[in-house]
Design a protein around this ligand. Structure first.
Ligand code: 6U4
Ligand code: NA
Ligand code: NA
Length: 165
């Protein structure tokens, strides 16, 4: 039987949509090391999703942002056979920030034009939703669910748009 316990995380994509640009980071350590991804991580005690996103973004790529500038776009649930709890990943858009992008101990950031995003360097589920989301073809809010055996590719998955709780 599936555990209902979950770990709540954020995933933030700083963007210049008019130029089809998104900031991604090469993860240098920890879960997903060696993969390119958005920024984010686990909520700390008493943090809201937005507070956690602001903190993770600054820790990982040096950008400062405000909770009000973050737009929640959807929620992806990952079930890894290697993890006892489901991971609930909350996806945020960000188009306004302060400061300069910098490499940190955790991430090496770089700007990508949507069409040049190297999906093979990212988590395998991203090919099912990331470009659709960045190009505005995935309606808000979306929810998705991905089941992984190992880290190679989702065993099964499903995405729904206009989700109403
Ligand atoms: P530590 O190192 O414990 O402080 P923390 O920074 O809190 O970790 P981390 O880096 O493990 O959390 O967060 C994982 C990040 O990877 C989150 O932003 C969610 C994201 N993520 C996890 N699985 C993913 C997947 N299959 N596809 C995807 N992003 C994923 O696109
Ligand atoms: Na992180
Ligand atoms: Na963290």
């Amino acid at each position: 039987m599936e555990s209902r316990e979950k770990t709540v995380l954020t995933l933030i994509y700083p963007r210049r949509p008019s130029a089809n640009l998104v900031l991604l980071g090469l993860k240098k350590r920890g879960f997903g090391e060696g993969k390119l991804n958005g920024f984010g991580g686990k909520l700390e005690p008493n943090e809201s999703l937005e507070e956690s996103a602001v903190r993770e973004l600054r820790e990982e790529c040096g950008l400062s942002s405000k909770c009000a500038d973050l737009t929640w776009r959807g929620r992806l649930t990952y079930l890894y056979d290697t993890k006892p709890k489901a991971m609930e990943v909350n996806v945020f858009d960000l188009e306004t920030w302060q400061g300069e992008v910098q490499e940190t101990e955790e991430m090496k950031p770089a700007w990508f034009c949507h069409r040049d995003i190297p999906l093979r360097s990212m988590w395998a589920d991203d090919e099912h939703w990331l470009l659709q989301y960045l190009d505005g073809h995935l309606a808000t809010p979306f929810v998705g669910r991905f089941r992984f055996k190992g880290h190679e590719g989702p065993d099964s998955w499903d995405i729904r748009e206009h989700y109403v709780a």
